[in-house]
Design a protein around this ligand. Sequence first.
Ligand SMILES: *Cc1c(COP(=O)(O)O)cnc(C)c1O
Length: 395
Amino acid sequence: MTDYMKLGDEYILHTYNRYPIVLERGEGVRLYDDKGKEYLDFAAGIAVYALGYGNKDFNDALKAQIDKVMHTSNLYYNEPACLAAKEVCEASKMDRVFFTNSGTEAIEGAIKTARKYAYLKDGSTDHNIIAMEHSFHGRSMGALSVTGNAHYREAFEPGIGNVRFASFNDLKSVRELADRKTCAVIMETVQGEGGIYPSDETFIRGVRELCDDMGILLILDEIQCGMGRTGYMFAWEKYGVKPDIVTMAKALGNGVPVGAFAVTAEVADNSMAPGDHGTTYGGNPFACAAILEVLRQYRERDIAGHVRALTPVLEGALDELKDKYEFIKDRRGAGFMQALELDRPCAPVIAKAQENGLLIISAGANIIRMVPPLVIEEGDIRDMKERLDKALSES
Ligand SMILES: *Cc1c(COP(=O)(O)O)cnc(C)c1O
C-alpha cells in the first residue's frame, strides 16, 4: 500500500503541519479515511463544504457542466457566469460582482477597487486603509498586508503600505486612525482565524456611520462568516448594516475553488473600468455552475433558516460542555461558527477528538473552532457532543 503521508511529506512544500489522517471520501456530514474510519465532520474543510458531501444535485450539476465546457475565459460571455452573477447580487443585495478563484483574490480585488475609487475622487495615490488587529484576509501580498496577525506578515514585509490597524470592537481606535486619505475600512463581520469574535452591534454600526460621514468605503470580509453560516445569508444582515464591498469564498463553491467580491452600483460606477482587473479562470463556466447550484439549494432549502433554527441546540450543547469542564473558559460565536476557548493548548483535545471520530479545528493555540457543514441535524450535534465530551475527559 502507498504511504501517502510519507509521499506528501516528501513532495508537498512544508507550509502546513498536517494531522495524520488521509481523507478519502465523504457522505453527508461524515468523512472516511483510507482505512475506512468514519469521522463526524465539524470542520467542513474550513467552513467550505456547507451542503455536505455526496450532495447528488450538486454533483450532477458539476458533471453536466463538465460535459458541456469547463472554461472559456472572460473574453466571452458564458451562461453559468451570467446567471450566477445575478444570483450572487440578489443574495447579497449588491449590484455587481467579480468572480475569483479564492478568498485571497477576492480581497485583492476589493482593495484595488477601493484604491481606484479614491484615486478617481482626488487624483492622488496616497490613500490609506484601516484594518483590524487579529484579522485574517489571506496570504497574497495585498491580503497579507491587511491581515492583523503580525506573525503571518513579518518575514514578508514590506507589504502594500499605508495600512493602519485598529482594535476590533473598539470604535474609538478606528475613529482615531481615520483621516481624509482613508479609502477603506476592511474587517470581518465575525473574525474567524483570529479566534471567532463577532462584531459588537454598536461597533459595526459605528464603523458604518463613520465611513458614511467621511466618504470611506466599508469592505466586509464574509469569506468565512457569510453564506448562511451565522444564520443569515450574510452576517451583516443581523446588524442592519450593509458594506460597500463584500468578499466571499469558502462555502460559495461548496468545495469548488471560487471566490467573489461584490460592490454597490455607486462603487461599480466610480472605480474599476475595462483593463483595470482580470483573471483567466475566475468565473469560468465550471466554477459558476457550482455557485449557481449552491445558491439554488440555499434558496430552496432555506439553509440560513436551518442554521438559525439549530443554533440554540448547538450553543446549548457547547454550553453544557463549558459548564462541565473548568478548563473551558468561554463559548462564543454566531450560528454555526462557534469557539470554545480553553485555558490551555487545544491541540491535545483536537487529537483525542480525531481518535474518537470527530473533526474539529483551532483558531489560535487555545481556541477550538467549529464550522460544520450547514446541513447538520440535531442528531449530529448530539453525536458531536458525545465525542467531544469523551475527548475533553481524556485529554
Ligand atoms: C479563508 C479566509 C480568507 C482567505 O481565503 P482563501 O480562499 O484561503 O484565499 C480570507 N478571509 C477570511 C475571513 C477567511 O476566513
